[in-house]
Design a binder for this molecule. Structure first.
Ligand code: SAJ
Length: 439
């Protein structure tokens, strides 16, 4: 029996295993806190020294981690953060949670994953467990991480160290499903690594779902996000068609969703933002080409979703025309710039594309977003304005781009001259509908 495997499993079982989380973002920080909460000693390795300082002083910068929980685990000494990779040599389990963005031509950018793997390999010790949580194409763990770890360390996976993929499944802002109660898929390409991965994750997560390989685990996650991208694109395409047919897409979808089976609610919007849905499916699209396979659903979904900001621009022109103001003479107030409601993340947000378009049209633009105090669009900085009655009244058009729950939409419509609602958030409200144009 592999004594390294037994020793590691023992340390995981009695929670004396030292856990290292590389990358303290929206995935890494919640995970690190959960592990520390159940008594593991956790070290966060984060490249951004400001974030390291914030974590060590117990100030959370992640929506889903409250500072009180963070302070608890910092005070207990179960969690600390550093920028120094040399501590890896003292760890037992290393969890990689770094970004997997796309290049500007929509191809995978694994530079973060590769650079942290190289650093880990330099300090790799016999008996350690490494797991990749970043969303990526099937094959990354076996074809990129494994060779780096084996070649630099001279160790062998499954004997000297253990390697798995366990895709993050975080829905930012979701109050109901958290790191702890979201089923966790784990996959590895050797039995010992799968054993370790299953045991490791079961210490803090209620339901573990082992699959037969790291590739299968990688494909599970990319499929999940592709499923969302394609279904969002389907309803966005329906919105484009309904606009031509002069039908209300929201009425059609609300009625379709009364079907008690065989359907799932998705809604059109101003575009698809965040660091997952617009990006992850293109990792699979890129890999599929290696197998001479065109993933046409992914390509089409991306094309339709990326078209929505332009559609919002056209609707804006129409509404401004109806109120008798040329875009270049108009003042537009945008409500919400975050990529989705009730959080402050504006990465890949469609609002940014819409602002770029409106700036090109000569529109004078202000915005209000309770979660985002400032944004940069093509080197211009915009600051969120207080949502006063004057701010609403002075706009020729109010565009609702993100449907944050705390906005008083009835009052907004009442005080506005005209409203373009790209989220359908006003459709069931008791307000003056003659002022509102839905996407
Ligand atoms: N959107 C629509 N219409 C919809 C649903 C979403 O336009 O019906 C838009 C949103 O406004 C947003 C974008 O699509 O701009 C993505 O929304 P999202 O909630 O699907 O994406 P994320 O990145 O916040 O969270 C997702 C997770 N979401 C859910 O499962 C609900 C999940 O896909 C992943 O676990 C997670 O990203 C991840 O990290 O991959």
């Amino acid at each position: 029996m592999n004594h390294l495997l037994q020793a590691l499993k023992e340390k995981i079982r009695d929670r004396t295993a030292k856990v290292c989380v590389v990358g303290l973002g929206y995935v890494g920080l919640p995970f690190a806190v959960e592990k520390a909460k159940v008594g593991f000693s956790v070290l966060g390795i984060e490249q951004n020294p400001q974030r390291v300082a914030l974590v060590n002083q117990g100030d959370s910068y992640i929506t889903d981690v409250d500072s009180q929980s963070l302070q608890q685990v910092i005070r207990s000494g179960n969690l600390t953060a550093t920028t120094d990779f040399s501590f890896v040599s003292k760890m037992d389990a290393i969890v990689i949670c770094v970004p997997t963005p796309l290049t500007k031509n929509l191809t995978p950018d694994l530079s973060y994953v590769e650079s942290v793997t190289q650093k880990i390999a330099e300090y790799l010790q016999p008996g350690q467990f490494i797991t990749l949580e970043s969303t990526t194409y099937p094959g990354t763990t076996d074809e990129i991480l494994r060779p780096i770890l084996e070649n630099i360390s001279g160790f062998k996976q499954g004997q000297d160290f253990f390697l798995a993929h366990s895709p993050e499944r975080v829905d930012p802002g979701n109050q109901r499903y958290t790191t702890k109660n979201t089923n966790k898929v784990v996959g590895a390409s050797d039995p010992a690594s799968l054993e370790v991965a299953t045991l490791f994750y079961s210490q803090t997560i209620e339901q573990i779902v082992p699959v037969s390989s790291a590739k299968a685990a990688e494909l599970v996650k990319v499929f999940e996000n592709t499923f969302r991208a394609v279904n969002i694109a389907l309803v966005n395409e329906l919105a484009l068609l309904c606009d031509r047919m002069k039908l209300d897409v929201w009425e059609v979808l609300d009625a379709a969703n009364t079907k008690p089976f065989g359907i799932m609610p998705f809604y059109p919007g101003p575009g698809v933002g965040g660091h997952c849905i617009p990006l992850d499916p293109h990792y699979l699209e890129w890999k599929a080409k290696e197998f001479n396979f065109e993933t046409r659903f992914i390509a089409l979904a991306g094309e339709i979703n990326r078209r929505m900001p332009e559609f919002v621009r056209q609707k804006t022109w129409r509404v401004l025309n109806d109120v008798g103001v040329a875009p270049s003479q108009s003042h537009v107030l945008m409500i919400g710039v975050a990529y989705k409601k009730n959080l402050g993340d504006w990465r890949e947000s469609p609002a940014i594309r819409i602002i770029e378009f409106l700036q090109a049209d000569g529109v004078t633009l202000t915005y209000h977003d309770p979660f985002v105090s400032e944004i940069q669009v093509k080197a211009k900085t915009f600051y969120s304005q207080d949502l006063t009655e004057e701010l609403i009244a002075q706009a020729d058009l109010v565009i609702i781009t993100t449907d944050h729950s705390q906005i008083d939409y009835v009052n907004l419509v009442q005080k506005a001259k005209a409203v373009l609602d790209t989220r359908g958030v006003t459709r069931h409200l008791d307000c003056d509908r003659t002022k509102v144009t839905l996407l």
